[in-house]
Design a protein around this ligand. Structure first.
Ligand SMILES: *Cc1c(COP(=O)(O)O)cnc(C)c1O
Length: 376
């Protein structure tokens, strides 16, 4: 089965991990600092690495001070973690609909969803296309909230010349194997705000405070560390950080190859009236993680099964978050965000990863054409 996403591991990646295995540090050593510096260079702001994209979201909401009863406005066309990690802090999740073309959070819908209790607006760079950051940032700030960008799909992307990582108050990344670069499991929080990043670092390290200047009991002894706010252990091991730094060196090549494949699918499917190929807004330089094809004739499921039966590992990204039973049980009803639901009903992710060959791409596109009765 041709997968829809797959890591690309080089001999350099293997050597980088092996080197750490033979060193004094397996976790939180020099490779973590190096990876954070390398990420900051790409993302335009300081980074704190953590154990997953989900952990990054949990940490980012903690850094923003999200707590019980506060409102968090979230995009529904995403992996469940964008919303569930806020719910775990006791937040009241309010879903705002997406734009029908990009599938990204719609500023007008956010404006209508904001409340006096909103502390975070969380958008998602769906498929790798950056959010409409400028209006979203203004709306969030005018409401006294921070803008969080779930950039699990989009490291290396740009919006009007600014890198993903420099568009929002908090940006979260994922380094899961199918994403644009991998550390096996891993993620990061990026922020231009020193206060938010400091809180993120503390939460990731169990809440431990080592700085004598801010300790309540600094005279306890030189060994003393104390906890002021609860946190968790979300520390990324040195082993994985070394893999991350090694992978980052190929991010430009990964991004270029992913863009090439996108263009090849676009061209191969341009005359198929039953589908819509992905949209790129003016000013966006996406870092494509997905190729989200839209099936317009109601036969998404049939096409999914047709391709799977022929060894093509297509996926659907994503079921609207509030359709998950955990949200349905809280009273969220279908129909809440019509654009997200329509997008979901049409969406099919075609295989996309750097090591995919042109012949693979052509085979997938030809099967799509065959399904709809077009010549190949
Ligand atoms: C993958 C993903 C996450 C979670 O990342 P993990 O590293 O798998 O925990 C969060 N949000 C989005 C949009 C994702 O695609």
């Amino acid at each position: 089965m041709l997968p829809y996403g797959r890591q690309s591991i080089s001999d350099d990646d293997v050597a980088a991990v092996a080197e750490v295995l033979r060193s004094d540090w397996l976790t939180t050593g020099p490779a973590v600092t190096r990876f954070e510096d390398d990420l900051a260079a790409v993302a335009g702001n300081p980074a704190a690495v953590v154990t997953s994209g989900t952990a990054a979201l949990h940490v980012a909401y903690a850094a923003a001070g999200v707590g019980p009863g506060q409102d968090v406005v979230v995009a529904p066309l995403t992996f469940v973690a964008t919303a569930s990690s806020a719910a775990l802090h006791g937040a009241n999740v309010i879903f705002a609909d997406v734009s029908e073309d990009t599938g990204n959070l719609d500023p007008a819908a956010v404006e209508a969803a904001l409340t006096p209790g909103t502390t975070v607006v969380a958008g998602v760079d769906y498929a790798g296309h950056p959010i409409d950051a400028d209006p979203l940032r203004s709306l969030a700030h005018d409401a006294g909230a921070v803008l969080l960008e779930d950039a699990a799909h989009s490291i290396g992307g740009h919006w009007h010349g600014r890198p993903v990582g420099d568009l929002a108050d908090l940006t979260t990344l994922s380094f899961f194997p199918t994403k644009n670069l991998t550390t096996a499991e891993g993620g990061a929080v990026v922020s231009p705000r020193a206060d938010l990043l400091a809180r993120a670092r503390t939460f990731r390290n169990i809440g431990l405070v080592r700085d004598k200047a801010v300790q309540r009991f600094p005279d306890e002894g030189p060994w003393h560390q104390e906890v002021h706010e609860f946190g968790l252990n979300y520390r990324l091991p040195d082993l994985l950080a070394a893999l991350g730094s090694s992978q980052l060196r190929r991010l430009g090549a990964f991004r270029a190859r992913r863009a090439e494949i996108h263009t090849r699918y676009d061209a191969a499917l341009a005359d198929v009236a039953e589908v819509r190929t992905p949209v790129t807004r003016d000013g966006a330089e996406p870092a494509w993680h997905l190729y989200p094809l839209r099936v317009l004739d109601g036969r998404r499921r049939q096409l999914f099964e047709f391709l799977r039966e022929r060894g093509i590992g297509v996926q659907v990204n994503y079921v609207p978050v509030y359709w998950h039973p955990v949200f349905a049980d809280l009273g969220y009803r279908r129909g809440l965000c019509p654009n997200a639901e329509t997008y979901y009903s049409q969406q099919l992710s075609l295989p996309l990863f750097p090591d995919l060959t042109d012949a693979d791409v052509d085979r997938v596109a030809d099967l799509v054409r065959e399904f709809f009765g077009y010549p190949v």
